[in-house]
Design a binder for this molecule. Structure first.
Ligand code: ATP
Length: 304
């Protein structure tokens, strides 16, 4: 297996006059759980489709597991890849199990895999019901099951948690962790930034067809140099005492909400501030350092 399983170099895609993807470079290592975030129309789905060889690349090159997606041997590589499209097309008249049989036949995967996959995504109880009767979340689970047919080594999941309730989202990420344990590489898009920020190894921020930044959530936070928030709980006189010990430290804002102080300060002021706050003793009951969320980072890139 190549050391980079997904490799994109200078990839562009034009739809007439629309430049959907504009010179994307991306490298994803085997076994990574990689997130792709971006606003509506940023180019995420278009990039996915090019990576799967479903639409032609205007210019540049994409290799999956070392194989160019527009090359003659890609058909063989494609068999090791699972894909959950943004809007999976299902036939309402088929049952859940028949649907998976249909996809298994298309992929030349043995039908005996299907029942186990329905079980994996929590749909065994509905295997004999027609898809017409499935809820949005059930359809999404069925789409996920078809992506898992053939034990793929690389998975592309386009907004996989759309329509899932919180319990189903948790189940979904549990399956992703299991797959990661088996060495499967996964690339997923999501608009629910809070959901993916703790779960991906690395991510890329896409905007207007460009990749604006790539890295771990922490690296992106640090690169953006967004301020941190200290949340301090304490008794009477807290605000006054905190104000006194932090004198001279570059604080961006202090807000009091109930008995908790929210102090927003530059990242580099964190350690000096903590050292001084430690002298407060019993006045301070609790202290938490809140990192900027992925949402803060995302809007930082968008507005930066
Ligand atoms: N088949 C097509 N024909 C013309 N324009 C297209 C086509 N597919 C996508 N586009 C355009 O390409 C751009 C990128 O679309 P894309 O679907 O890749 O974005 P996205 O990041 O996946 O968005 P979303 O988060 O809304 O799913 C948009 O401007 C879109 O209108």
């Amino acid at each position: 297996m190549a050391s980079t399983i997904v490799e994109a170099r200078g990839v562009t895609k034009d739809f007439g006059t629309v430049q959907a993807v504009r010179g994307v470079d991306l490298s994803i290592a085997p076994g990574e759980l990689f997130g792709l975030i971006g606003h509506n129309g940023a180019g995420k789905s278009t990039l996915f489709k090019m990576m799967l060889g479903l639409i032609p690349i205007t210019s540049g090159e994409i290799r999956l597991d070392g194989e160019p997606v527009n090359g003659p041997r890609f058909r063989e590589t494609r068999r090791k890849i699972g894909y959950l499209p943004e809007n999976v097309v299902l036939y309402d008249n088929l049952t859940g199990l028949e649907t998976l049989y249909f996809f298994a036949d298309l992929k030349a995967v043995p039908r005996r895999e299907c029942a186990g996959l329905l079980d994996k995504v929590g749909l065994s109880h509905a295997a004999g019901r027609r898809v017409r009767e499935y809820s949005k979340g059930m359809r999404q689970r069925l789409g996920f099951a078809q992506a898992l047919l053939g034990t793929p080594r690389l998975l592309f999941l386009d907004e996989p948690t759309t329509g899932l309730d919180p319990g189903a989202i948790r189940d979904f990420y549990r399956i992703l962790r299991e797959l990661k344990g088996e060495g499967v590489t996964m690339v997923l898009t999501s608009h629910i930034l809070a959901e993916i920020q703790e779960r991906v190894d690395r991510l890329a921020v896409m905007e207007g067809g460009l990749i604006r930044a790539t890295g771990t959530v922490q690296a992106l936070r640090e690169a953006m140099n967004l301020p941190l928030t200290l949340e301090i709980a304490g008794g009477a006189g807290l605000a006054e005492q905190v104000g006194r010990v932090l004198e001279g430290i570059a604080i961006e804002s202090i807000e009091e909400a109930g008995s908790v102080l929210h102090i927003c300060l530059p990242r580099e002021a964190k350690m000096p501030a903590l050292a001084r706050l430690a002298t407060l003793g019993d006045t301070m009951r609790d202290l938490r350092v809140r990192e900027p969320s992925l949402e803060d980072v995302f809007f930082g890139y968008r507005n930066g």
